[in-house]
Structure formats: C-alpha cells, structure tokens
Design a protein around this ligand. Structure first.
Ligand code: NAD
Length: 382
C-alpha cells in the first residue's frame, strides 16, 4: 500500500505529517511513500530530501489524494479535502470529531476510514502515538520562548558590574503537559517559577520540575478530584474558584510573566486571569494564554493576537505555537503517525489491518466501513 502526505492548506500552517526520517520508517513497515511537492518546505524538509529517502514527490494535491491508500495530514481536512477521499481510503489526521460532525459524515459518505490523532486514548501503551501531548509539549516550551521575546529583561538573576538584576518571576497556571513543559523551560532559563493546578496530585510534578506549587487554603475533600475524570480537570466549585481568584489577585502584581494553560474537556476555558489582575501587573509584564483557542484564561486575550493593555502588559493569544516550531513539531507528529502505522501493520508487510478489537485503534477510529464510530467506548486497559 502507499501512504502520502499532502501540503497543509490552512493559512499559516507550516507542519507536515511525513518527514524523510518517518518515511524511512514507514518503508520498513512495507509501505511506499509519497509527498506533495513543497509539503515539507516550511518545516525545513526539501523535495530533494524526500527523494533521497525514497519518497515519490507528487506534483499536485489532486494527484497525491488520488494516488495513495492512506493520507496522513496534520490539520482536519477541509470540506474540499474530505470530498476528495476515496472508497476504502484511510485518512489519519487531527480531526476534533466532536466539533466536525459534517466532515465525519462526508468521509463516511465517501466510504473512507478515518483515524483521528486527537482521539488516541491516553493510556500508557498509546503514549508513543499521543500527538496531543507531543504538540502540547512544544506549545508549552514555545510559550516561554515567546514570553522571553516580549519581555525586556533577563529571566535569570545576575550580579554584574553594571548592577544587580533580579530573576524574573513566572507563574504557570495549569500543569498538564503544556504547563509542565512551560515550567521546565522557565526554570531552565533561570526564572523563579510558580505554578498552580486544580488537581492537587500534580503538586509533586510541579515541584520536581523546579517550580513552587501555589497552595490554596482549602480543605482536601473540597478539591476537585482529577482521578475521577481520567486525569483531566473537572469544573471547580464557586467557592474554590473564588479562593483561586483571590490568590491570583494577591500575587499578580509580583509576577513578570504569566503562562496560562488551564483547560477542562468539552468546555470553554475557565476564566482565571481577570482584567483587574492585568491592571495590577507591572508595565512590561507578559501574559501568554495557551487557552486562547477555547476562549482564553485571561479576560483580555484576543485569539491569534498580540495586544498591549492600557498599563503596558503584553498579552499573547496565538494558537499556532506548534506550527511556529514546524521542524520540531513535524518530527514528533510524523513519529506519532508512524507508530500508529506500526500498530496498524502487525505483519510489517505494507498492509493495514484495521483491528477494531485493539483499544487504541478502536478509540482513535471515528469512521470505519461506512459507519461513524465516534464516540468510542471507554478503553478496557490502562
Ligand atoms: P488539559 O490540556 O486538558 O488541561 C491543562 C491543565 O489545566 C490540566 O492539568 C488541568 O488540571 C488544568 N486546569 C483545569 N482547570 C484549571 C483551573 N481552574 N485552574 C488551574 N488549572 C486548571 O490537560 P492535559 O495536558 O491534556 O493533561 C491532562 C492529564 O492527562 C494530566 O494528568 C496528564 O498527565 C494526563 N496525561 C496522560 C497521558 C497518558 O497516560 N498517556 C498522556 C497525556 C496526558
């Protein structure tokens, strides 16, 4: 069978779902590989590099979609892309099926099968295919780099002949995958880093990354329990929220950089950094809101924009951090895809075995043999 990656057509998207290295691995699984000409260019992978790796470079998107059995993509397909799917063809890409029902229906009508990389179950065995985590890791890192680029001072404290420089104080709100990456990056640059999460079980992880956990005075049995929600956060009680905002209000004037990453599955992002908190921050401080896609954790965030508040605080609401590091994110994403392909190819003979008894494959499959198979049943194993 042949697997191919088209050029991403979403404006500003620089990632690609296949690199010369991942193609070499896919060939070891028995597949022929194809790429649309120029698809890897924005991520630093030339047509010549693909050719050298034995990948067929196809001139047009139409020829690519028509000529392969498996299409690997980053972004969910556009309507036109979904319409160009063929009977029996397999599409593997981010899809967000909960908000893309019409696209799923289109793919079903075309007789295609679809694996959504954002639906890979978050169980240990599937970590190597967990594209949400690999992209969140990059977003967390890049958020700190972006903050540093907008902050007019050092992160690390210094004693120099020209004077003593205090270290920057960074607060990370939400310590999931992106938040922990942000903590690690900020501490490695020498900042004093604080972090908060509604899941008290992450305190240890926060501290092991070198940050200080911001504790609230709240009795344990009133805390939301992440263990009951598969590791994800549940909405907090109004009392807890009030305590949290009170604490943030208290520390806001002292923070130089705030990175917010707080999300609750299937809900808008919780509002945690209010206008008055921004107003109490020092001019030149920076907020990077990684929850901007889902409405933002900061009241003043504008999606995909960099704005400066009246009191001189920079607020960044970009939603394309992984694409801003396209070489790294394409490398990790294409590795996630080739691990998925390895599980789909038990005999390493270039033939897909779409085993719906396999928890991971079943969980990620949203369209299969003429049926919509989303949402999946909960995984049986951890
Ligand atoms: P996410 O992107 O859904 O949320 C980011 C963080 O925001 C979470 O830590 C959440 O607790 C926090 N949050 C929500 N509301 C908040 C609030 N009001 N104030 C402060 N923080 C708030 O999370 P994620 O990065 O996808 O990770 C979720 C969990 O899944 C984590 O426990 C992570 O370790 C786990 N995980 C497991 C696997 C695996 O086992 N394969 C893979 C990835 C992630």
């Amino acid at each position: 069978m042949k697997i191919g990656a088209p050029k991403e057509i979403e404006p500003g998207e620089s990632r690609v779902a296949m690199t010369p290295d991942s193609a070499a691995q896919l060939q070891k699984l028995g597949y022929d590989c194809a790429i649309e000409s120029g698809a890897g260019e924005a991520a630093g992978f030339t047509d010549a590099a693909y050719e050298a790796a034995g990948v067929e470079v196809v001139k047009t998107a139409a020829a690519l979609w028509k000529g392969v059995d498996i299409v690997a993509k980053v972004r969910p397909p556009t309507e036109a892309e979904a319409k160009s799917l063929n009977e029996g063809q397999l599409l593997i890409s981010f899809f967000y099926p909960g908000s893309n029902e019409a696209l799923m229906e289109l793919a079903r009508g075309k007789g295609a099968n679809v694996i959504a990389m954002d639906m890979v179950p978050r169980i240990s065995r599937a970590q190597k295919m967990d594209a949400l985590s690999s992209m969140a890791n990059i977003a967390g890192y890049r958020a700190v780099i972006e903050a540093g680029n907008n902050f007019g001072r050092f992160f690390t404290g210094q004693v120099t002949a020209a004077g003593k420089v205090p270290p920057a104080k960074v607060l990370v709100v939400g310590a999931g995958v992106a938040g922990l990456a942000a903590i690690g990056t900020a501490t490695s640059l020498g900042a004093i880093t604080y972090a908060f999460d509604v899941r008290p079980e992450v305190a240890e992880q926060i501290e092991s990354m070198g940050a200080e956990f911001v504790f609230l005075e709240f009795s344990d049995d009133e805390l939301p329990d992440g263990a009951e929600t598969g590791g994800y956060a549940a909405p907090s009680s109004p009392e807890f929220q009030a305590k949290q905002l009170e604490k943030f209000r208290e520390i806001a004037p002292d923070m130089d950089i705030v990175i917010t990453t707080a999300l609750i599955p299937n809900r808008p992002a919780p509002l945690l950094w209010t206008k008055d908190m921004v107003e109490s921050m020092k001019p030149g401080s920076v907020i990077v809101d990684l929850a901007a896609e889902r409405g933002g954790n900061c009241e003043l965030t504008q999606k995909d924009q960099r704005i400066v508040s009246d009191n001189g605080v920079v607020i960044i609401g970009y939603t394309d951090f992984p694409s801003r590091m396209a070489a790294q994110s394409s490398t990790l994403y294409s590795t996630n895809i080739r691990h998925m392909m390895a599980d789909l190819t038990p005999e390493k003979d270039g033939q897909v075995v779409h085993n719906m008894e396999d928890d991971v494959i079943r969980g990620a499959t949203i369209v299969h043999q003429g049926e919509i198979t989303f949402p999946p049943p909960p995984p049986k194993v951890a």
